[in-house]
Ligand binder design. Structure first.
Ligand code: FE2
Ligand code: FE2
Length: 192
């Protein structure tokens, strides 16, 4: 059995069917984007596959694992926004459960929800693939898909705008990394 098969089996057993399909969708989309932007397709596939491995771990257990097992200090916004825990936790689990030690893959998993300033191409690809994988059906997904293959940075700004607006209208906190990600890309765009 290859390492990828082992990961697929783990995900099939530990995730809901919907999230399992989503993970395969993100892996495929990430590989496609990598092909388009001359990134490493194998790394993109693997990062996409694993990105949500920690998503269904209940909040209390996730916090306990991060604190006691992985000894990771989590920032206050993530501590108060449970769905942000699965990025950093997923990166820890990718190492301990799946033996993935590639820093670029781990970074892409860690920041796939919040994004951050100055992302690597692989981190950008996973952020975008999570948004536009084939199972996604939200309003505007087709336009975003087109944009993602036309101008990745612009598509990420669109995604960040959408996420931030939604967080604000729902009364949620904004993670500083998400704000930094958007500022960074806007500043870069201005300089061009
Ligand atoms: Fe996620
Ligand atoms: Fe996801």
């Amino acid at each position: 059995m290859t390492d990828t098969d082992k990961i697929v089996n783990y995900l099939r057993e530990n995730l809901s069917e919907k999230r399992f399909k989503h993970s395969l969708g993100v892996a495929e989309e990430a590989k496609r984007l990598a092909g388009h932007y001359f990134a490493d397709g194998e790394k993109a596939y693997l990062a996409g596959l694993v990105h949500d491995c920690a998503k269904e771990i209940p909040e209390t257990e996730a916090k306990k694992l991060l604190r006691d097992k992985y000894k990771i200090v989590i920032d206050p916004v993530s501590m108060n926004t449970p769905k942000l825990l699965h990025g950093p936790l997923g990166a820890c689990m990718a190492q301990s459960e799946f033996g993935i030690f590639d820093a670029e893959i781990l970074d892409a998993i860690k920041y796939h929800t919040t994004a951050k300033a100055d992302m690597s191409l692989l981190t950008k690809i996973i952020y975008m693939a999570d948004y536009i994988e084939p199972n996604r059906t939200f309003d505007g997904v087709e336009e975003l898909r087109e944009q993602a293959y036309d101008n990745l940075d612009r598509a990420i700004i669109t995604g960040l705008d959408f996420t931030l607006s939604e967080l604000i209208s729902d009364g949620h906190m904004l993670h500083p990394d998400t704000v930094h990600a958007r500022n960074f890309l806007l500043m870069q765009k201005k300089r061009r």
